[in-house]
Write a protein that binds this ligand. Structure first.
Ligand SMILES: Nc1ncnc2c1ncn2[C@@H]1O[C@H](COP(=O)(O)OP(=O)(O)OP(=O)(O)O)[C@@H](O)[C@H]1O
Ligand SMILES: [Mg+2]
Length: 195
């Protein structure tokens, strides 16, 4: 299955960063595809970022932005294609040797429970009966556009999909108060690996 959502890359060149050019590395994606079973998280992506450029990847939830960063960081390997840092393929370089700074985000979902079980949890805590529980979970999955994702584990979702599960779990028991904390989005910075 192709990922139906387009992903766009914006490159912004920072004069100040360019002056410090030697400290930052070049990145190249050559026709990179990453699939999970039948699902293509990113499909045939090529891009080049020069040292000193500041890259922003835009795209709808599920379009493959985090997958691109995970590939660059070496947390997942491409199914097809190659990634180069400073002109060298990093296919055989483990993530701890890639010398990258990464900021993650997390939504505190129960990692061992499916999306559906995550949503059922607050209802069970309140003693809600099975039929009502199923109805509320289905309605909530629809509301956050995750009808087809009930059986996935949180680790199999994009960040925005996880965020929607977290929101759905917070709303599903109709609480009188909703608390929310903004978290920093992912960002990544690269320095060249020492030779
Ligand atoms: N481990 C996995 N198993 C199966 N599918 C996955 C897995 N990780 C990601 N996906 C799927 O790959 C697609 C791309 O995910 P990715 O996390 O790269 O999206 P994203 O652009 O970062 O989205 P968001 O803006 O919601 O964070 C999504 O449809 C997601 O459900
Ligand atoms: Mg993401």
């Amino acid at each position: 299955m192709l990922n139906p959502y387009p992903m766009t890359a914006l490159v912004h060149v920072e004069d100040e960063v360019l002056e410090n050019g030697p400290d930052s590395a070049e990145i190249e994606f050559r026709r990179v595809t990453k699939t999970y079973g039948a699902i293509a998280a990113i499909e045939d992506v090529s891009l080049a970022v020069r040292g000193g450029e500041f890259l922003t990847i835009l795209g709808p939830s599920g379009s493959g932005k985090t997958t691109a960063l995970m590939l660059l960081a070496g947390f997942v390997a491409p199914t097809k294609g190659d990634i180069l840092i400073s002109g060298k393929s990093v296919a055989a370089v483990p993530s701890y040797r890639r010398d990258q700074g990464i900021v993650f985000q997390s939504y505190a979902l129960f990692p061992h429970l499916t999306v559906r079980r995550n949503l059922e949890f607050p209802l069970e805590m309140r003693g809600i009966k099975a039929a009502e529980k199923a109805m509320r979970v289905n309605r909530m999955l629809q509301r956050v556009h995750l009808n087809d994702y009930g059986d996935r584990m949180p680790s199999q979702l994009s960040g925005g999909q996880q965020q929607r599960v977290a929101l759905a779990r917070a709303l599903i028991a109709d609480p009188p108060i909703l608390r929310s904390t903004n978290r920093s989005e992912r960002s990544i910075a690269i320095r060249p690996a020492p030779d």
